[in-house]
Design a binder for this molecule. Sequence first.
Ligand code: NZQ
Ligand code: ZN
Length: 386
Amino acid sequence: MKNFYYHIPTEVFFGKGQIENLAPKIGDYSKKVLLVYGGGSIKRTGLYEKVIEKLVSHGIAVFELGGVEPNPRIDTVRRGVKLCKSHEIGAVLSVGGGSTTDCAKLVAAGALYDGDPWELVLDNGKIKEALPIFTVVTIAATGSEMDRLAVISNMDTNEKLAVFSPYFHPKVSILDPEYTYTVPKIQTAAGTADIMSHVIERYFNPYEGAYLQNRIGDGLLKTCIHFGPIACEEPNNYDARANLLWTSTLAIDGVTWRGNEVGSSAHPMEHELSAYYDITHGIGLAILIPHWMRYILSEQTKPRFVEYAVNVWGVDSALPDDEIAKAGIERTHAFFESLGIPMRLSDLDIDETHFDEMAEKAEKRTKFSYVPLSKEDVKSIFKAAL
Ligand code: NZQ
Ligand code: ZN
């Protein structure tokens, strides 16, 4: 196992009614908060009114940044930064999914930065501080509510970039599974694929001594396999929503990959698809993951595929290794498909037009993954997924 540093400073309040803790916690930091939310789901579900009521009755003035896009854009971040600066706002609250939280993170950093916030995305070394960040999660997917990552898009330049900062860990996150009941089936499926991808991409690593991390990974993946279909079919099933929600938070916080870290692989490829075609993150991942797996399966990687197939999918360990490894990949593909996810890029109206430039950009990160992927490798995977 490699040496590592692990520090998660986020306070998590998990379960029904935990919203009661939000306003007092924000009040400890500021009497002015920027409420960041997406395209309107929180207004339809009534969560918006509830949050405002809690904040106002606690003497906190609320300013609003609504309309954050899935694949949040730098222009929206700029609007939020302007609000924070002009009203001297002291805290940022995201109520929504990963897009909303990622936007809130950049707003929080941009509010304390003199230049344009896109400069922070291009160079995280420029992030020296951020306003305190709070989240109320409404969808199980990214884990942004506890991690130090934000992903922001610039549609003018077809860039979707991940930016890391220790200042991005939220101070407090409220995880009430009931708030995820209204997530549509396809977004529930996409979220499940995203969670699984956060585990799978790191499961395939060369470090034999890090046994524990993959056993935690087995548990997280099996939880998704068990509860993903249930949440899709029974949206108000508390246990399904609760298990998925906590799995999403744990899947990316480092518990499965500190000590055996490799660069991610499908994520950099998917971010290019989103940057050019504005697709749903988890759907792009579900399409790419099985093709990436088929592409990297070799004599050298086969033992890890066998471990994955037997532990995660229960494939018969008495079969020949080649069969076991392939069965694990095909089970992964079939599972995503069974959730109702379209499994070809052409289903999303994506063709080869931008493959060359997308692969060139993805390569900057995929060359650090378990099996390093060159531009040509990425193009081959894109083509296989068409
Ligand atoms: O915008 P609203 O109206 O709120 O609707 C959203 C959106 O349309 C809807 N939704 C969310 N909660 C709902 C709901 N609809 C009904 N009821 C609810 N309770 O779901 C749609 C998707 O929301 P979004 O926030 O975009 O989803 P997600 O959480 O999957 O976030 C995706 C973004 O996060 C980035 C992705 O690249 C993408 O930009 N990622 C962020 C990461 C991180 N910060 O750690 C890691 C990930 O790997 C990922 O890259
Ligand atoms: Zn993801």
